[in-house]
Design a protein around this ligand. Structure first.
Ligand code: HEC
Length: 195
């Protein structure tokens, strides 16, 4: 186990046992966990609903802007009060904002392992307290499962319409975010909050 993971695990175990104690950081952590779960759920539901509507109303090409503009705008909107919210993936499409940091990469690899061991993607999450050079952070990640509608832009070559392929080739020359099947982990919502 990498050192930073061992450390975060230990701190979390320590924090979990202090959750029942008097008011203080334990209560904060519980609150951060609840808040993070709510944000991840709302983010996925709102984005999924918007995508679905746009796919029904217009062409798949026209829905690209939902993943491209609305999703990052929503993440930015949730990123306030000391919180940073992102969407990350091991096979990211956007090389700038979709790229995981070292901790996120490790967690995404663990998520894939859990998934291959039979755990449904929708049930996979991770909580940790991580000490970085820039301070101590509460960190949370929630796996994003691939739904049937996602395949039009993240599936195999047969799933993706020619018009979408053309836009993706033009706008994302380094695209890695294809070849997914329904149920696969497409990536994760990652939330960090300064402690
Ligand atoms: C109409 C095309 C389209 C559909 C449908 C679509 N996406 Fe995307 N997706 C994109 C584009 C384009 C990006 C890159 C956005 C950016 O520039 O940040 C992206 C990026 C992402 C990212 C951010 C990480 C990365 O790869 O850069 C995640 C996570 C993601 N999509 C998940 C999903 C899921 C889950 C679904 C289905 C519920 C879905 N997408 C459906 C086009 C689509």
């Amino acid at each position: 186990m990498p050192k930073f993971m061992a450390k975060s695990l230990l701190i979390f175990i320590a924090s979990a046992s202090s959750l029942a104690g008097p008011a203080g950081s334990g209560t904060d952590r519980l609150r951060y966990l609840e808040e993070s779960r709510n944000i991840a759920k709302e983010f996925m539901q709102t984005l999924g609903g918007t995508l679905k509507k746009q796919l029904e109303a217009g062409s798949p090409e026209s829905a690209i802007s939902v993943c491209k503009r609305i999703a990052p705008a929503m993440a930015a909107g949730y990123s306030k009060d000391g919180r940073v919210v992102k969407r990350v993936s091991l096979k990211n499409r956007n090389p700038l904002i979709g790229l995981p940091d070292q901790w996120e990469r490790q967690v995404l690899e663990d998520f894939d392992r859990d998934f291959h061991d039979g755990k449904p993607a929708a049930d996979i999450e991770k909580i940790a307290i991580v000490d970085d050079p820039d301070g101590r952070w509460f960190r949370y990640m929630k796996a994003i499962p691939t739904q049937p509608m996602c395949l039009q832009c993240h599936g195999s070559s047969n799933d993706i319409p020619a018009g979408v392929k053309a836009v993706l080739a033009e706008e994302y020359p380094e695209d890695k975010a294809t070849g997914y099947k329904v149920g696969d982990i497409r990536g994760a919502i990652s939330i960090k909050r300064r402690m």
